[in-house]
Design a binder for this molecule. Sequence first.
Ligand SMILES: *[C@@H]1O[C@H](CO)[C@@H](O)[C@H](O)[C@H]1NC(C)=O
Ligand SMILES: *[C@@H]1O[C@H](CO)[C@@H](O)[C@H](O)[C@H]1NC(C)=O
Ligand SMILES: *[C@@H]1O[C@H](CO)[C@@H](O)[C@H](O)[C@H]1NC(C)=O
Ligand SMILES: *[C@@H]1O[C@H](CO)[C@@H](O)[C@H](O)[C@H]1NC(C)=O
Ligand SMILES: *[C@@H]1O[C@H](CO)[C@@H](O)[C@H](O)[C@H]1NC(C)=O
Length: 493
Amino acid sequence: MTGWWSIFLFTLAVLTEGTVARPFSSSTWKHRRHPLRGDHIAQFKEKYFTQILDHFNYNSLGNGTYAQRYLITDQYWKKDGPIFFYTGNEGDVWDFALNSGFILELAAEQRALVIFAEHRYYGKSLPFGDESFNIPNIGLLTVEQALADYAVMITELKKELGAGKCPVIVFGGSYGGMLSVYMRIRYPNIVAGALGASAPILSTAGMGNSGQFFRDVTADFENCSTACKDAVRSAFQKLQALAQQEDYAHIQSAFSLCKTPSSPKDIHQLNGFLRNAFTLLAMMDYPYKTSFMSDMPAFPVKVACETMLNGTDMLLALRDTVGIVYNSTGEHACYDLYSLYVECADPTGCGLGFNSFAWDYQACTEVELCFESNNVTDMFPPMPFTESMREQYCAKRWAVVPRPGWLKTQYWGDALSTASNIIFSNGDLDPWANGGIRKSLSESLIAINIPEGAHHLDLRASNTADPDSVTKARQKEAQVIAQWVKTAREKTV
Ligand SMILES: *[C@@H]1O[C@H](CO)[C@@H](O)[C@H](O)[C@H]1NC(C)=O
Ligand SMILES: *[C@@H]1O[C@H](CO)[C@@H](O)[C@H](O)[C@H]1NC(C)=O
Ligand SMILES: *[C@@H]1O[C@H](CO)[C@@H](O)[C@H](O)[C@H]1NC(C)=O
Ligand SMILES: *[C@@H]1O[C@H](CO)[C@@H](O)[C@H](O)[C@H]1NC(C)=O
Ligand SMILES: *[C@@H]1O[C@H](CO)[C@@H](O)[C@H](O)[C@H]1NC(C)=O
């Protein structure tokens, strides 16, 4: 099943460049190599590392290896300077390298070597090539294997580069931020400190409220104006009324759908497609134009609310609002619901193409994302996604049973007090923020909150449109990281 399906979706992803449905982090599997903003145009070299296929079983795959991609630049490095290592997440590593300019700015300041490593099963780091997403080949996709990859890569590259004494600081955003936090917890012998930006380590470990995510998406629109939130809710309500009357022709024309919906399943898909656009708008609510997970105007939430409140037909307004996300190129004459949005084990979206299969599998195994909308604490139609729905889906799709609680067991949940040297940064506009650590837990477990920040804004290159709060956050991060490096270096002499 996976075989034809993946090729089918892969083709669709190619055909639908510019449209994206992968909120959690990177999504456009087709990355755009635009220059970095700011003064630092990085000269990354793209390389491959011969990586161990299975770190935890000496028998099954013996000494098998795969080619793991990474990017490296020593343009700022002074001998014995620190190593800044980005723990790649669920996408093409270039997407993260090109949207994390702060790390390069900091490297220039602190004279660091910079490495961006690609996560196994994403981008070009496919352990079994095109067969990577078949069962059982997919089985080597786990958080533990990914962390072990990074630990081995850091150790080997340090040897190769004669950088044995250089302290390593790990960086990551979103799931990549979770991995950075985990690296410090799991391999403190290798990593001197971690900046986990927008890392929802609690909500993804099943700690929190299933309504939190879409409530916080809604809050961004409500904060723009209450009328905006009300208009979105009313539009969904009107859609529901039409669906109940089975007035599918009206729905097709109002939303410019390529095919007339014909069942509650199609309406469910439409609701998911629409809701996903709001998720992306909220996450990517940056104060300037960006092309990260999709092309976004500056302040997309504000633009969305203006669009939502412009005109008299609520359904057309809703169509045009989601068009900011799906139709930024203006190339879609109509919307093909099943190719622009694929429902999966992550209700915030898995994206499209190969990367989306890998993320779906992770959401079916370790990463818990049972988030729901309810039309009470949020403005979306009720769309439950319970643990038992997750189990059913995952058994069918991947022949696996999710293990709730396993991430929490391994990486400590909120019982972090014996950890050290971790910054948890979060932007108040980011719907992931309240799934993470919002209050400092000790002198070296530091929470930095950025009131005007969206999804890991602090990792982005500085920009003239930046709010003061993110500039201050970056200054604090720079200062803490410099201190970690200094302390680590003193220990190695
Ligand atoms: C794996 O081990 C076998 C037996 O020792 C050896 O012949 C082979 O070259 C090894 N392969 C790799 C990739 O190291
Ligand atoms: C709404 O936005 C303003 C301006 O960014 C901010 O000061 C305020 O804290 C926000 N309120 C909420 C509830 O998010
Ligand atoms: C609002 O509608 C007018 C007239 O249709 C249009 O010219 C304008 O671009 C719209 N503004 C937004 C923000 O959609
Ligand atoms: C996409 O944008 C183009 C150009 O603005 C417009 O003509 C088209 O109707 C839009 N498609 C949808 C489905 O709204
Ligand atoms: C949302 O709740 C309101 C009542 O607060 C109800 O009138 C409306 O039909 C509900 N919308 C949906 C889509 O369920």
